[in-house]
Write a protein that binds this ligand. Structure first.
Ligand code: FCB
Length: 470
């Protein structure tokens, strides 16, 4: 609700913050953990900025108690973390590695002791390397292995985890991992990327069913990074068609099977020259459509496209540069333009209206489906003042405007249950290594010391007030 004094959120709206295992844990070879595709990828020369790896990261594996102290001091009501599959099943199959599972059991207990809801993501991109060696997500078996792993974790933690998220951003796993190659495992095989899309959707459904069996009291969710795509010229039919194509391959490739139980016809037609989708078997999309208690939405920026008319497009805005393939499988005739600024340190445009638009679209197309913002935040080139403080007004402004945009969607009827800031602390930002800082809390990567940025204090006040000043 908007008032003169600002915006208060509905009762029960949950404030949280998010992290992911490979980005913060470190201890890559401890506790019986096996290698993941991100260990292999980050250790391959040229794959990450400055050759950074997650070997140490924020050392959260050893400093988790201190980190939970920060979570509690911020007043977070929920904390979204991910479970590293290679800690629980070092080779991606077979019996549980107790030591690995115990780490998460202690973490969950630590959250509950502090009155914080544990929100566990089962897959935030760290596929056990052995499974990649057996074919990775383009191989159907990986979906079954994922469901088996999900069942093991749910059986062990199901009495305590509040919300389960099967996958984080399967768009990235499939298209950045297997089509553009910018993410692990770094393959540039567009047809395999489409098979990966399907096996991620199937894996989500099978894991969801397993979680329902093993942890019936938990809430079930999936987190998608849905793209808000706009046409360069809204009056151009060709540009509007470019939007449709990107929406199909970027959004409806997941929303379709997961929420409607079918792949959209236009997606299959658009990508027919790449794949015949014969990897989809009878019953698969029905299996993918497991009812979700909440759909997780990660939102950062928007995209601007037009129908390409010229030589083969090369644009850094879609991750389609000389070193990588295009993540936009089958959409070679779509060109990505740079949306209007301002931009974050990732080069992503800042446009809170896209957040409202996306939430209202989901509300319209999937009425009755509860939603949750599971990630939103911004990297800026933070500087440390002489007294050690970090003044980050740009991050505060970004968060404030996006939280207000969530409020606008709620005012217009969207059922949004919570907001998680990305991220609790600076961490390993995938191919950008430690160079891009998204944290509310600064991490000094030499001393591993944590320091609250101004944005952390600001977010603590938002939570205490249950809203933002307009
Ligand atoms: C999302 C990822 C998350 C983080 C943010 C900036 O795509 O889920 O791990 O890297 O972007």
């Amino acid at each position: 609700m908007s008032t003169d004094n600002g915006r208060r959120f509905p009762d029960g709206f949950v404030w949280g913050s998010a992290t992911a295992s490979y980005q913060i844990e470190g201890a890559a070879k401890e506790g019986g953990r096996g290698p993941s595709i991100w260990d292999t990828f980050s250790h391959t020369p040229g794959k990450t900025l400055n050759g950074d790896t997650g070997d140490v990261a924020c050392d959260h594996y050893h400093r988790w108690r201190e980190d939970l102290g920060h979570v509690a001091e911020l007043g977070l009501q929920a904390y979204r973390f991910s479970v590293a599959w290679p800690r629980v099943q070092p080779g991606g199959r077979g019996p549980v590695n107790r030591e690995g599972l115990d780490f998460y059991s202690r973490l969950v207990d630590g959250l509950l002791e502090r009155g914080i809801q544990p929100v566990a993501t089962l897959y935030h991109w760290d596929l056990p390397q052995d499974l990649e060696d057996a074919g990775g997500w383009p191989a159907r078996d990986t979906a079954y292995r994922f469901a088996e792993y999900a069942e093991l974790v749910a059986a062990a933690l199901g009495d305590r985890v509040h919300t389960w998220t099967t996958l984080n951003e399967p768009w990235c796993s499939a298209y950045l991992g297997y089509a553009s190659g910018a993410h692990a495992p770094g393959r540039v095989e567009p047809a395999a990327a489409l098979a990966a899309v399907h096996h991620l959707n199937l894996g989500h459904g099978l894991a969801g069913q397993a979680i329902r069996r093993a942890a019936p009291s938990g809430q079930l969710s999936l987190t998608l990074n849905l793209h808000v795509v706009r046409p360069a010229d809204p009056d151009s039919e060709a540009d509007r068609d470019a939007v449709r194509r990107i929406d199909a391959v970027g959004n409806r490739a997941f929303l379709g099977p997961v929420l409607d139980g079918a792949y959209p016809d236009d997606l299959l037609a658009d990508t027919a020259h790449v794949s015949d989708w014969s990897f989809v078997r009878d019953g698969d999309t029905a299996a993918a459509r497991v009812p979700l208690d909440v759909l997780g939405v990660n939102y950062y920026s928007t995209a601007l496209v037009r129908r390409w008319a010229g030589s083969r497009p090369r644009s850094e805005d879609d991750g389609h540069d000389d070193a990588h393939g295009s993540p936009w499988v089958g959409a070679d005739d779509v060109e990505f333009l740079r949306p209007e600024g301002p931009y974050t340190a990732m080069g992503w445009n800042i446009d809170p209206s896209g957040m409202t638009e996306l939430l209202l679209r989901l509300h319209r197309e999937y009425p009755g489906q509860p939603l949750m913002i599971t990630e939103n935040g911004a990297a800026f080139p933070d500087t440390v003042a002489d007294d050690g403080s970090v003044h980050d007004p740009l991050r505060i402004d970004y968060l404030r405007r996006h939280i207000a945009a969530v409020g606008s969607a709620i005012d217009a009827g969207a059922d949004v249950r919570g907001y998680f800031a990305w991220s609790l602390m600076d961490n390993f930002e995938w191919s950008f290594g430690y160079d891009r800082r998204f944290g509310l809390i600064r991490v000094d990567y030499d001393s591993l010391e944590r320091t609250w940025k101004d944005s952390a204090r600001w977010y603590r006040d938002v939570i205490a007030r249950h809203g933002v000043a307009d």
